[in-house]
Design a protein around this ligand. Structure first.
Ligand SMILES: Cc1cc2nc3c(=O)[nH]c(=O)nc-3n(C[C@H](O)[C@H](O)[C@H](O)COP(=O)(O)OP(=O)(O)OC[C@H]3O[C@@H](n4cnc5c(N)ncnc54)[C@H](O)[C@@H]3O)c2cc1C
Length: 408
């Protein structure tokens, strides 16, 4: 018997929502044959602009902007507290913040209007959920507990309810139940670090610039926000981070000013402090019989390069391309043979980025010894070498490698 739907997407985070929309708009799967399941479905009729400010923000690449446009969600995202960043200013603790040894990527140098945008997680989710509803895609509130993978269909169970589909997409985040139930396995390594996220008011203007200092024991990023303040991601060894989370706001700000080395003048804590333990994860397989993983369910990377959600959006767009081609050839969208194309494509791109990010962490953010010293001296070299700089900018903007149609 054929299942009641073509695709069941588990997870209504930004990546699951984008996947469902692109499978409809790009691969041509009818909206009525797609269901998005989440233990907490974003409420209908919710406008991003009415949401309280979400401290979790993403630096989104140009490729992500294009994918979100293809999802019909970009207008609402761009109109809701997003900030375009025009420069990245990166320096190592051994050199002064604004001296000639800082590495500066400037959009103007490359003929681009900006390098990307800073947007809130909740804004992305609300705008994508609204776009999915406009397209006619259905939502079900359900906590997935089990999965049976048959020859013609996979069946998800949540309590007494069953959801059959030709293809189940696991977009259920880093602790993915779908990954576990499908036996896809994952290698996981603890960074021994915690990222502190908070909103900070700065004495000097942020100049539409993303500021990043490699500290020797971690990384500190200041991302510019539309209201003139900054969002920080301060990744540190767990013991130091826990101390900073427990001390008074004024002592916290003192330590923060020291780690930023005065680059933005006096600072002020403008929110609570959030805590994110950091680990790396890579699923052993992205696909299995009638199952595919996207986003954090497939890979989790260190936030120092701000790439996690960007990679996930590329997964969503690549899966849509592969299924579109499969459907054109009248193939079964849940066939492992088709899904393997997606796995080969995205696994190599994601592994490459994860290795580069780990290299930054080991050599630039926390490195010591001769190789690390060489890498640290390499920063100003890259700054003065236009070709090397272009390569870095293209990667950061998500425009390198094999791009899915929605990102071109
Ligand atoms: C400190 C920090 C800073 C970051 N900064 C950036 C950045 O600047 N740029 C960037 O690109 N990325 C960044 N990232 C990465 C980014 O946060 C993630 O890659 C992204 O949120 C992953 O989205 P997702 O949709 O895959 O998963 P999630 O957002 O985790 O969504 C998963 C969804 O699945 C649902 N779910 C889970 N299990 C079940 C179940 N059993 N049944 C039903 N539903 C279920 C959950 O309710 C949730 O809605 C950062 C990460 C951290 C920690």
């Amino acid at each position: 018997m054929s299942p009641e739907r073509d695709v069941a997407v588990v997870g209504a985070g930004p990546i699951g929502l984008a996947t469902a929309i692109l499978l409809n708009r790009r691969a041509g799967i009818p909206a009525s044959r797609i269901t998005i399941l989440d233990r907490r479905v974003p409420p209908a009729g919710q406008r991003a602009a009415d949401l309280p400010v979400d401290l979790r923000v993403f630096a989104l690449s140009r490729a992500s902007e294009r994918i979100l446009r293809a999802c019909d969600a970009w207008e609402e995202i761009a109109a809701t507290r997003t900030e375009r960043y025009e420069r990245m200013h990166v320096w190592h603790a051994d050199v002064p913040p604004r001296g000639g040894d800082a590495l500066v990527f400037d959009a103007a140098e490359t003929g681009e209007r900006d390098l990307g945008v800073i947007a809130e997680n909740a804004v992305l989710q609300a705008a994508l959920a609204a776009a999915a509803r406009r397209a006619g895609i259905g939502f079900e509130e359900a906590e997935i507990e089990s999965l049976a993978q048959g020859r013609d269909a996979a069946v998800l169970r949540a309590g007494a309810r069953e959801f059959g589909a030709r293809l189940v997409v696991g977009a259920d985040g880093a602790q993915s139940r779908v990954r576990e139930l499908a036996g896809l396995g994952a290698s996981r390594a603890d960074y021994g670090q915690v990222a502190i996220v908070a909103m900070i008011a700065t004495e000097r203007p942020h100049e539409h610039t993303a500021w990043q200092r490699f500290l020797g024991d971690g990384t500190l990023a200041f991302l510019p926000l539309a209201d003139g303040r900054c969002s920080i991601v301060w990744s540190l060894p767990t013991a130091r981070a826990e101390k900073l989370l427990a001390i008074s706001p004024s002592a916290f700000v003192g330590a923060l000013e020291e780690d930023l080395d005065g680059a933005l003048g006096r600072l002020e804590l403008a929110s609570e402090r959030l805590r994110f333990p950091l680990w790396r994860l890579s699923a052993e397989h992205y696909v299995g019989p009638r199952v595919a993983l996207v986003g954090d369910a497939a890979h989790v990377v260190h936030p120092l390069a701000g790439q996690g959600a960007n990679l996930g959006l590329l997964d969503a767009a690549a899966l849509a391309d592969v299924l579109e081609a499969g459907l054109r050839e009248r193939e079964d969208i849940g066939a492992e043979r088709i899904l393997r194309r997606y796995e080969r494509w995205r696994r190599s791109e994601n592994d490459l980025m994860a290795a580069a990010i780990d290299g930054f962490d080991r050599l630039l953010a926390r490195g010591s010894g001769r190789v690390a010293a060489l890498a640290q001296r390499g920063l100003p070299f890259v700054s003065r070498a236009p070709v090397a700089k272009r390569v870095f900018i293209e990667r950061a903007m998500g425009l390198a490698g094999e791009l899915p149609a929605a990102a071109r």
